[in-house]
Design a protein around this ligand. Structure first.
Ligand code: SF4
Ligand code: SF4
Length: 250
């Protein structure tokens, strides 16, 4: 069995304060980067890749040319109309261009953060958590794609005395999920569909492991099953009834 060792640093996609839909009350949601699923409807597709990425916002660019000057790979050029272009096959993701762009026209998706960094942000809204019955939610991507960092973070939140929620797609090794569950008060467990073929077609993976982990989770921790309702995919009454029946049986 894999040994899970704590980790002080990890790749954070976003930290969202005043979240109202990621568990009870007012919460801070910490999104980690990387996901084993590739859902075609994903609201945050930039969270899927498990490494930092360069993001370009053309509308912010003033064509000052500073990024081209510092790029060691000559991966940035300008069109005759002064539109900045990144030649992706040359880009080595060094992010030197990001450091010189004053317009935020080039940014990094996914920053390495320490437990202390994250805990510092989470701590700021402690009064809101206390007055609303809220707390902190660890989400993604799939947070358990970074198991050592995610479990260390959940343990840290518990040490801070906060109500702690894990938001998971369920497609993770059971021993990792089991280790994480000992540090959470509530799990938000996504069920996309119970139809294995449809699940594979629209998320890239089957759902056997997810169904096994749903049972494991509900047997150990308070669990809310959630269905991301996608028109024409899983929004029929029959499908919702099937998921509800499965959830009630656990
Ligand atoms: S540094 Fe920023 S604003 Fe200047 S050309 Fe590059 S992307 Fe545009
Ligand atoms: S990330 Fe590095 S290699 Fe890629 S465009 Fe920016 S400076 Fe060039």
């Amino acid at each position: 069995m894999r040994q899970i060792v704590g980790k002080e640093k990890g790749l954070v996609f976003n930290i969202q304060r005043f979240s109202l839909h990621d568990g009870p009350g007012i919460r801070t949601t910490v999104f980690l980067k990387g996901c084993p699923l590739k859902c075609v409807w994903c609201a945050n597709p930039e969270s899927q890749y498990p490494l930092p990425q360069l993001s370009v916002q053309d509308s912010h660019c003033t064509a000052c040319g500073k990024c081209r000057e510092v790029c060691p790979e000559k991966a940035i050029s300008f069109t005759k109309n002064k539109r900045r272009r990144v030649v992706w096959k040359k880009c080595r993701l060094c992010f030197q261009c990001v450091n010189v762009c004053a317009q935020d026209a080039l940014t990094v998706i996914g920053r390495e953060e320490t437990l202390d960094d994250v805990a510092g942000v989470v701590e700021k809204d402690r009064h809101f958590y206390a007055s609303s019955g809220g707390g902190v939610t660890l989400s993604g991507g799939e947070p358990l794609m970074q198991p050592e960092f995610a479990i260390s973070m959940l343990a840290r939140f518990q040490d801070m005395g906060l109500h702690t929620v894990l938001d998971t797609c369920g497609h993770v090794p059971p021993e990792i999920l089991h280790a994480a569950l000992s540090h959470v008060d509530l799990v938000l467990f996504d069920i996309k569909t119970l139809d294995a073929d449809l699940h594979r077609k629209y998320t890239g993976v089957g759902n056997d492991l997810i169904r096994e982990n749903a049972e494991l989770t509900a047997g150990l921790v308070r669990t809310w099953f959630r269905i991301p309702l996608i028109a024409g995919f899983n929004d029929s009454i029959d499908e919702i009834r099937r998921v509800a029946k499965m959830a009630c049986s656990l």
